[in-house]
Design a protein. Structure first.
Length: 326
């Protein structure tokens, strides 16, 4: 890239009638590049840890930044590095960058080696509830031991990998995870963002149950269809996942006494959806809740190896329980 610019300089020197033309040309070019550098139009505003490996040149570094969504103009950034004399001063490291940053700020960080040593990388698996999320955040000193995440956020804390500064606090965590939830939802359909709040809430609750009941995308849409059909026909969902949430214990099978525990989350005793979400579902479960598959099935069960067995009648379901669970 540097050779290209040098050839351009030489060409202009040879062709220009006088040196003033060259000076005027590069003055204008520099001003334009500087102005463009101050504005990064890729403004998703998402923090990311970008790893610049040792030995990367300006072209490769710009490509890494573009691949991570930090810049949108690779060659503009390369030229900015070149015009400022930064090309040979890029330092390897892990940088906390944001697409709202302008080129001068990004360039300064990677040239001065301004790595962020105060961040932690947190991965939240699909299906975790608030208690598990809180525990992980406290273990990594992102929130204080006495902080709590309000329960109304259950279901909206999108499972993903995040970068937080230590002692960020619960409010910062909730905002980042809920913003990510909205971003992911819009990837399914932008209409969901303007959908009725009740329908979105119901879908999130349903998705939180589906997430804990089955694993594959194929099973999720079928189970979603079964659950919605049960609600429409005034049948209890009878989801063991809701019993596990109430008791705080995962069992291969729950006793009759377990299913009789009084709680607004008990889908054996209460019709319809539970009081709220029981986990924070991933995108496939949310999508399944919005797009259920219609089948003739009314029942299903999980075998010990994770296979889902479907039934069309209560009698068939009882036979399958005897065959696969007992």
């Amino acid at each position: 890239m540097k050779k290209i610019f040098q050839d351009l300089i030489n060409f202009l020197k040879n062709k220009a009638q006088n040196r003033k033309l060259v000076i005027i040309f590069f003055t204008i070019l520099f001003v334009l590049i500087f102005i463009l550098g101050l504005i990064n139009t890729n403004c998703s505003g998402e923090d990311k840890i970008v790893i610049i490996e040792k030995g990367l040149g300006s072209d490769e570094t710009a490509q890494v930044l573009k691949d991570n969504g930090i810049i949108n103009n690779k060659w503009g950034f390369v030229f900015y590095l070149w015009i400022r004399g930064y090309v040979n001063h890029i330092q390897a490291g892990e940088y906390l960058l944001n697409s709202n940053m302008g080129m001068p700020e990004i360039a300064r960080k990677i040239v001065n080696g301004e790595v962020n040593k105060n961040y932690v990388r947190i991965t939240i698996p699909e299906g975790w509830d608030i208690k598990k999320i809180e525990t992980r955040l406290k273990e990594n000193r992102v929130i204080n031991e006495d902080e709590k995440i309000p329960v109304e956020n259950e279901g909206y804390l999108f499972p993903d990998t995040y970068y937080f500064n230590k002692n960020s606090g619960a409010d910062v965590v909730v905002k980042k995870m809920r913003d990510n939830f909205l971003k992911k939802i819009s990837s399914i359909s932008k209409d969901l963002l303007i959908d009725s709040s009740n329908r979105l809430r119901d879908a999130v609750i349903m998705a939180s149950i589906i997430e804990k009941e089955v694993k594959t995308n194929e099973d999720k849409v079928i189970v979603s269809g079964i659950f919605w059909k049960r609600i429409e026909n005034n049948m209890p969902l009878q989801s063991c996942a809701t019993i596990a949430y109430i008791l705080g214990i995962d069992k291969a099978q729950y006793t009759r006494e377990d299913t009789r525990v009084k709680s607004p989350y008990n889908t054996y005793l209460n019709l319809g959806l539970p009081f709220g979400a029981i986990s924070n579902p991933g995108l496939s479960s949310i999508k399944a809740a919005f797009e259920p598959q219609k089948t003739d099935y009314w029942y299903f069960l999980n075998t010990s190896d994770g296979t889902i067995i479907y039934s069309r009648t209560a009698e068939e379901h009882a036979q399958n329980k005897t065959k696969y669970l007992e």
